[in-house]
Design a protein around this ligand. Structure first.
Ligand code: SF4
Length: 219
């Protein structure tokens, strides 16, 4: 879609609702655009909407959203003060083998690439201090490269000249919930919590630096 990059989130949401730039527009019920305040300090990026999100038109409202909410609460990060979105805005699915529910299908690199235009516009509007990528597809959309979540989650990547935000990559909550063994699930939940605790600590440091800069200027 030929649009400029200076649109407000509301304008982006309206235009994205008509997007047909990849085949996924035929799959989902609607686009599920990001939500949260413009200029939020933290931007949380998932992979794609799930079944419940597709129907509700809001990101992270299903079981994965509940785990995310609990983790945010436990680490003192406000969901309503964060901007929450997905790398891909339409739900990609196929019927489950028993035909009783819609099973998520991972977006391809081409679909992530087609939808990056929307993510880039969200990034321009929000300009977050910290981006938290949930899962490999989000990491690919943000960092433009493949990322091993199991080996590299929890690393805080410092801003670079072409990327002004810190980046943290961690587990996608759906991947945690899908873990077959209970001990794997509990281990990943703990790591997810620890990764968000690092984000909360960094946010506190960023706020303190901002306050001391203001005080210096006022002196
Ligand atoms: S997934 Fe993204 S690029 Fe593809 S049709 Fe939906 S909004 Fe457009």
């Amino acid at each position: 879609m030929e649009l400029n990059n200076n649109l407000s989130i509301e304008e982006q949401r309206r235009f994205a609702a008509k997007c047909t730039d990849c085949p996924l527009y035929k799959e989902g019920t609607q686009t599920v655009y990001g939500e949260g305040p413009e200029r939020a300090e933290i931007m949380i990026v998932g992979e794609q909407p799930g079944d419940k999100e597709d129907l509700a038109g809001r990101p992270f409202t299903g079981p994965a959203g509940k785990l995310l909410d609990l983790t945010l609460q436990a680490t003192g990060i406000s969901r309503s003060a964060s901007y929450i979105t997905n790398a891909v805005k339409h739900f990609n699915w196929k019927p489950a083998p028993n035909g009783k529910y819609r099973q998520s299908v991972k977006p391809t690199a081409g679909e992530i690439g087609a939808c990056r235009q929307w993510f880039n516009r969200e990034l321009s509007a929000i300009q977050p201090k910290i981006i938290v990528c949930l899962g490999a597809a989000a990491a690919q959309a943000v960092l433009g490269k493949t990322f091993s979540i199991s080996r590299q989650h929890g690393q805080l990547l410092a801003p670079e000249p072409e990327r002004h935000s810190y980046v943290m990559v961690t587990w996608h909550p759906s991947a945690i919930l899908r873990s077959f063994k209970k001990e794997d699930r509990e281990q990943k939940k703990m790591e997810f919590l620890e990764d968000f605790a690092k984000v909360a600590k960094l946010l506190k440091k960023i706020r303190q630096q901002k306050t001391s800069l203001k005080l210096k200027r006022a002196a």
